[in-house]
Design a protein around this ligand. Structure first.
Ligand code: ZN
Length: 149
């Protein structure tokens, strides 16, 4: 007889929980881990607190091994938390505004020739867009001036 189990008892806390409360683990009988998510999280949090450096290192190794998954995750995360990230960047910028401005100034000072060449290359390869933009800008200015007179 084939029964589809929808609940499972956690081997750590002993609680009867829905299968969604367990992580999927192909090595385990039934395809789900024997310990529920809450117990697992608690366990890893405790481990992490004992030796954070080790886990930061492990996660770095994992990320290096799975660049595609990381990219996919980050993309999904960015999409889901767009506004939150925007806000975060805004706060970070405001907190470090002077530092960032000084940094970009210093960069500009130290890379004058490079920047000149780059902007020339950009202008040369985007002539159409730039002239279109300029035309539109002039038109708008004209309208603004016309509106105030
Ligand atoms: Zn549990």
């Amino acid at each position: 007889m084939l029964t589809v189990e929808t609940q499972k008892v956690c081997s750590r806390c002993g609680g009867l929980k829905d299968l969604v409360g367990f992580t999927i683990d192909k090595r385990c009988i039934g395809g789900h881990a024997g310990v529920c998510r809450q117990c697992k999280n608690r366990y890893y949090r405790m481990k992490y607190r004992e030796n954070p450096k080790k886990y930061i290192q492990l996660s770095r190794i994992w990320k290096e091994k799975h660049p595609k998954l990381v990219k996919k995750y980050n993309k999904g995360y960015r999409k889901k938390h767009k506004e939150h990230i925007k806000e975060l960047h805004r706060i970070l910028y405001q907190q470090n505004r002077e530092k960032l401005i000084a940094k970009s100034k210093a960069y500009a000072e130290g890379h004058k020739d490079e920047i000149l060449i780059k902007s020339k290359v950009y202008r040369d390869s985007h002539r159409k867009e730039i002239s279109k933009y300029n035309r539109r800008y002039k038109k708008r200015k004209k309208l603004e001036i016309g509106g105030t007179i």
